[in-house]
Design a protein around this ligand. Structure first.
Ligand code: C5P
Length: 225
């Protein structure tokens, strides 16, 4: 029997990363951070001074890209990321990339290539994949689909702590809330594979839940699949 695929989707800052990563470790599954892939492409686009809306140039850029995701030992860092051999683990989490990623992730050439890679990762099962369209589009037959959400305030507070841990000190909570709302708006209104709860996903609102509680809940659903 193949091991299940667990799809974890939701807006920015709902706790997806921490939860999926710990869940994968506890279950001995592969952890796949699909947001890191879109971030890496966005970094490469900006590094090459390509306009984030120049779909044609971006399409040829992604056609030959070499992307590697490697497990990270550092608890603060979801995954080690290399693009065309260069380690850009830190660069992909900067506000510069974060604030442009939705525009790049909306493009069909980018999504086609990333989704194909993601499906390869999951081909054997035993994977916890997190993103925006995992349950709706990447793994529509996933055995367990979770949609994690929280209020923008709770999500912005989590992002603030993440950024502070990365050494960013000059951040204002209201600006973060606005940025998160804008990114969610772009992600959920785009034409291709928008952020959306799959019909058969279980929704978990994480405002008043600890990470441990979220993980325990997901494990209890897993027993039923
Ligand atoms: O999860 P994370 O915040 O790292 O995702 C960064 C961005 O990548 C999202 O805001 C979204 O634009 C894009 N993304 C996506 N589809 C996914 C995962 C991420 O479009 N499956």
């Amino acid at each position: 029997v193949t091991k299940p695929i667990i799809a974890l989707d939701g807006p920015a800052g709902a706790g997806k990363s921490t939860v999926s990563r710990r869940l994968a470790r506890e279950l001995g599954y592969v952890y796949l951070d699909t947001g890191a892939m879109y971030r890496a492409i966005t970094w490469l686009v900006m590094e090459n001074n390509i306009n984030v809306e120049d779909e044609e140039s971006i399409a040829s850029l992604v056609a030959n890209v070499q992307l590697e995701l490697l497990p990270s030992d550092n608890l603060q860092i979801p995954v080690t990321v290399k693009i065309n051999g260069q380690d850009i683990t830190k660069e992909i989490r900067t506000p510069r990339v974060t604030n442009q990623v939705s525009k790049v992730a909306a493009q069909s050439a980018v999504r086609e290539k990333m989704v194909a890679l993601q499906q390869e990762y999951g081909a054997k099962g035993g994977i916890v994949a997190e993103g925006r369209d995992i349950g709706t589009n990447v793994f529509p037959h996933a055995q367990l689909k979770i949609f994690l959400t929280a209020t923008p305030q709770a999500r912005a507070k989590r992002r603030l702590i993440d950024l502070q841990n990365q050494g960013e000190s000059n951040i204002d909570l209201d600006t973060l809330i606005k940025e998160i709302e804008e990114r969610d708006y772009l992600d959920s209104t785009r034409a291709i594979a928008p952020l959306k709860k799959a019909e058969d996903a279980i929704e978990l609102i994480t405002d008043n839940l600890t990470i441990d509680q979220v993980i325990e809940k997901i494990k209890s659903y897993l027993i039923l699949v």
